[in-house]
Design a protein around this ligand. Structure first.
Ligand code: KG4
Ligand code: ZN
Length: 337
């Protein structure tokens, strides 16, 4: 079964063809990085306008690279939530048009679940396992029961992990996307130059939750307070020390969740899963089997949407033309979706 997937939840306009949820025949991503770089962040209005321009050529290229005519596709999958509403609507409307014109089955795909599905395109992984999803919009530690059911164990109580990377990079003018720039600079930095505070848990906070607002304030407003007097405040040292603090807290919560659930397989996904320190740090954890997707499948892409779409369609799920986009998914804590 050939599924065409389309992803437009943020600033990547992507289309892919995947066979039987596993074999990637094409995976096209048109990034808008250059467009948003002057603003150090994704500008929703600009993103949706660019999606309108790129969606058709991106889909055409994905079909061409897969060696298919549009009519050769057996099903259509499109990200419908969560994300920037204007951007989501572009992909959704386009794919609805295709479904109508081609008379093919359509299914809406959740972006969070699609990220968690991404490594399944490369490795055989048995459920259940512990999922770690860290991106610009999400920070989630979850017990993943199946391709469409997860139980969220921990999340962020304020900023998403990637958002913290992006904000620190913006403040110190380190580059865009912030996570990539910090990762690169940190490789030449000393992570002991600053000893940033560990977020303290408050009453009512969940033991697997993380928080980034305190760390961000420390890095942005109180830098000198946390500096080792013998080490300089270079951009490299700031990047390395911040990155260590941001990742160590995640690893701490993940290890606690592993002990709590007894699950010893961790599957990571999302843009921050491309971080080289996070990858190194988790690879060192004895007793944990950690699976990272390749870099191209960590960040936003449509192969993960087509892959998950195949399983949804195979299990009989269909959406009609009334399918709508949702910016947020409520009730993230208890059960998802
Ligand atoms: O999954 P993604 O492409 O889009 C969202 O769904 O958010 O993730 C983008 C996020 C951005 O915050 C970006 O700064 C971060 O992932 N990121 C990284 C790295 N590469 C991308 N963060 C840390 N280290 C990286 N190497
Ligand atoms: Zn994403």
């Amino acid at each position: 079964m050939m599924v065409l997937g389309v992803e437009s939840s943020c600033d990547e306009c992507a289309a892919a063809v995947v066979e039987d949820g596993r074999r990637i025949l094409s995976n096209v991503v048109a990034t808008q990085e250059e467009l948003h770089r002057p603003y150090y962040g994704v500008v929703p209005e600009i993103a949706s306008r660019r999606h309108i321009e790129t969606i058709q050529p991106v889909v055409e290229l994905a079909l061409k690279q897969a060696g298919l005519e549009a009519g050769g596709v057996d099903g259509l999958a499109v990200t419908c939530r969560p994300g920037l509403i204007g951007s989501l609507l572009v992909g959704l409307s386009f794919v609805k048009g295709m479904a109508l014109a081609l008379d093919k089955p359509l299914v809406g795909v959740d972006h969070v679940l699609a990220h968690l599905y991404a490594p399944h395109l490369e490795v055989d992984i048995r459920y259940p396992y512990l999922g770690l999803l860290v991106s610009g919009g999400h920070t989630l530690i979850a017990r993943v029961e199946s391709f469409d059911r997860i139980q969220v164990l921990g999340t962020t109580i304020d900023d998403a992990c990637g958002e913290a990377f992006d904000k620190v990079a913006k403040f110190y003018d380190l580059g865009f996307p912030g996570g990539v720039a910090i990762d690169r600079l940190a490789q030449k930095g000393d992570d002991r130059a600053f000893r940033f505070p560990w977020p303290s848990l408050h009453k009512g906070d969940h033991p697997f939750d993380v928080s980034y607002s305190g760390l961000k304030t420390a890095v942005v407003n109180q830098l000198e307070q946390f500096r080792d007097p013998n080490r300089p405040a270079t951009p490299e040292n700031i990047a390395a020390s911040f990155q260590k603090a941001a990742v160590d807290i995640l690893v701490d919560r993940l290890l606690k969740a592993a002990r709590h659930t007894g699950l010893d397989t961790v599957v990571a996904g999302g843009g921050v899963a491309a971080n080289s320190y996070l990858r190194r740090r988790l690879a060192e954890e004895r007793g944990l089997r950690v699976i990272f997707p390749s870099l191209k499948l960590c960040t936003d892409n449509a192969a993960m949407v087509a892959g998950l779409g195949y399983h949804l369609l195979s299990s009989g799920r269909r959406d009609g033309l009334e399918l709508t986009a949702e910016a947020r998914v409520p009730g993230l804590r208890r059960a998802y979706p």
